[in-house]
Design a protein around this ligand. Sequence first.
Ligand code: SF4
Length: 223
Amino acid sequence: MDVNVLYNFNIEKEIDTICERVDELRGLENEVLNIKKYIKPCIYYKDMNIKSIEKDNVVLDEIEIDSAYLAKGLSGCHKITLIALSIGDELPKYSQEKYLSCELKKSSIADILGSHAVEIVIDKFHNYLVGKNLLKGVHSSLRFSPGYGDWDLRYQKNILDILKTHEDINVSSNFLLQPVKSVTAIVGWSYQIKETNYPTGYKSEICKGTNTCSNCRTWACKK
Ligand code: SF4
């Protein structure tokens, strides 16, 4: 299956109303209006078959992922969509420039806007995929990213390599995405309706607990 690339994914409506929904941006409509032009979404994605899912391992067409957390989250799925997306580097650069020139309020607004914008892009794109697959009777799993549970951050590099994102999205030696407002993720697809809660359970069942606790976004073993 081929890699698909989308530029100019439209989140204009969501950005235009963001100040009503995000407390930190309330009353800052003019500031957001001035910098929203720096948000330039790009989305890379590719469907892949699941060859097997074991207790702590998922084998896909082009990659094998060691993660008990992901294995549990994708159980019952027959395929996945691999995703890497970004809002581009212009807004983070603007934020950094303003920080360096001690215009801290402007820098902070741009940073907050960027964080929410990338979440809007991934949520809206996920919803788009959900709609497309539902027409075929296929249901979405939750969305998983490296750093969730025991899914090691080093897999960010494998995802970017598979999706050939290097013109737009890269990863540093300590596995931070560049531009910073970027995301990598997997969504699973199943003929059964999937769980609506992230996996929890005893640590040994859902997480090898090896490397990624400091990056863990679920703390599932603590729930
Ligand atoms: S906090 Fe728990 S769930 Fe998260 S990586 Fe560590 S052991 Fe795993």
